[in-house]
Design a binder for this molecule. Structure first.
Ligand code: IMP
Ligand code: MG
Length: 194
């Protein structure tokens, strides 16, 4: 996909352009392979079930690439979480819109997220607590991108692809107004005056 210098102005989105490639396709792929290798090392016993839980929709592409670097038996599933708004932020509630189909009991679980920004979504969905409550054997978090400067609540991260600055990024699953999830690289969105 190429976006001209004049930018894109469609639907209800503010005029914008992808101003910069932050992480190239090759860099993303190399790092995803490294994380897969690390998971292989960390979960060496094929008798112990491993379940990857992706958070829709942003983590879908990362998860499906990641599982292809895992060489031991692995299951994967997805959850959908509501995003927090002003109201949910104060009530500290993020709803689970789509629950797991897979059983969790006795399994090692790795939650896979595209990006951790404020940390509020993961924290206030109580996803980690929920999985432990369903007797997961362990629960870890794997995130492609970490924006630590934006963090408002602490989230324990076991696997981290890249630490990035406070920029709004798209691609490799991540969107701006539902667009650009299909980009093979990670780009920065710049809003244009209109
Ligand atoms: P948090 O609750 O602030 O940690 O953000 C959680 C979710 O917001 C992420 O999983 C993404 O879906 C979305 N998000 C945060 N930052 C960005 C970004 O820079 N680009 C696209 N989506 C983002
Ligand atoms: Mg997400």
């Amino acid at each position: 996909m190429s976006i001209g210098d004049e930018g894109v102005s469609s639907h209800k989105l503010q005029a914008h352009k992808i101003s910069e490639t932050l992480i190239s396709e090759a860099e993303v792929q190399k790092r995803v392979a490294e994380i897969g290798a690390q998971i292989n090392t960390d979960y060496p016993n094929p008798e112990e079930p491993l379940l990857l839980v992706g958070v829709l929709k942003g983590a879908s592409i990362f998860l499906t690439d990641l599982v292809r670097h895992i060489t031991r038996p692995v299951e994967f599933d997805f959850v959908a979480l509501s995003s927090y708004g002003a109201a949910t932020e104060s009530s500290g509630e993020v709803r689970v819109l789509k629950d797991l189909d897979a059983a969790v009991n006795g399994k090692h679980v790795i939650i896979v997220e595209d990006i951790i920004d404020t940390g509020l979504t993961l924290r206030f969905s109580y996803l980690i607590e929920n999985l432990l409550g369903r007797r997961a054997k362990s629960v870890k978090v794997c995130v492609l991108l970490d924006k630590p400067s934006r963090r408002r609540v602490e989230v324990p991260i076991e696997y981290r692809g890249f630490e990035i600055e406070d920029k709004f990024v798209v691609g490799y699953g991540m969107d701006y107004g539902e667009l650009y999830r299909n980009l093979r690289y990670i780009g920065v969105v710049e809003l244009l005056d209109s």
